[in-house]
Ligand binder design. Sequence first.
Ligand code: NAD
Ligand code: GLY
Length: 367
Amino acid sequence: MAVIPVELAGRSYEVRVGPALLGTLAAQCGPLLRKARVPIVTDSTVARHWRGAVETSLREAGHDPRFLVLDPGEGAKSWETLARTVDWLLAEEVERGDHILALGGGVIGDLTGFAAAILKRGCGFIQLPTTLLAQVDSSVGGKTAINTPAGKNLVGAFHQPALVLADLDALGTLPVREMRAGYAEVIKYGILGDAVFFAWCEQNGPNVFAGDRAAQDHAVTASVKAKARIVAEDERETTGARALLNLGHTFGHALEAETGFSDRLLHGEAVALGMVLAAFYSARRGLMAEAEAERVKRAIAAAGLPNDLATLGLDCDGATLAAHMLHDKKMDAGTLPFVLLRGIGDAFLDRAVSLDDVAAFLDEQLR
Ligand code: NAD
Ligand code: GLY
């Protein structure tokens, strides 16, 4: 098992990565579970695969696990489900010093973390991420949120978990499309800040979703280390370091908006194509060699992820896509910071990108 500390003054915690963590949950959590009753929020798909292991471990340690099982999908990040979750936690008499368990992907983690942030002005929670995306990204760093009709993740809080247990066994039940979508966030760490890790991804990417345990272990551990370092440096995304994690997200957001935030394009798939676009836009601006952008594209293609805007079948022009970017939550005093590349492993934030120029670039890419 790898243990990666997230160093935050007064709120440091560990991310543990390894096998059989859900099956040994009670021992892993130790004194964080201070009462018999343990509240667990999950969704019905995750419950089908992983409720048994969690329940057995907790019962054997003398606990009384209580489950709130929600419908799977992004729809759970809503005011209605937040209210239902908070009411359920109150009925379960959760106190501020207790820890709520979030068992699932990024949806369950974001929702449960936000419920924990506002319940009794903030109680503890533990992330038990079961998707690759949640293990390498959303469970680490304390961003919690729900969606509103105005957009995704517009209501939320920074609220750090007390512990993250990334059980690699959970990846064994994950559909391959979800694995690939999560892998986009893995390769992102290489493209934005670690050329050596990117080269490892080029060699080993397909093994990660082919079930190679050593490859999965390295991919998750290296990603969590990268994220922990960035979060420790810039917890609240104020200095620009954490904003680099948005590589591919501004282009990706426009693609998600154009496809209606639907199953047509999963978030990780949009980020994958978004990173290819960020790389080629950087090359077009003369910031890095076109050959480097081609390398990014090849690595994304080898992972079976979308990598060519022209073949996505969108019926729109570049200006329409650029207009979606104006509703991006990263808009800051009228400007939209873009994460661009000087090379693989060398991302930076450009706050002076012209959206007209981006629209012209997207027109070229759509052809
Ligand atoms: P998700 O939570 O919807 O999970 C994807 C699907 O996989 C769901 O149907 C789920 O039921 C199923 N599933 C989960 N674990 C499984 C397992 N082990 N076996 C079988 N099926 C399983 O989606 P996600 O991709 O994990 O997360 C996406 C969410 O994360 C979005 O809402 C996004 O906004 C958020 N996010 C948050 C952050 C952050 O920093 N907080 C970062 C990135 C993404
Ligand atoms: N997923 C981006 C961040 O945590 O900042």
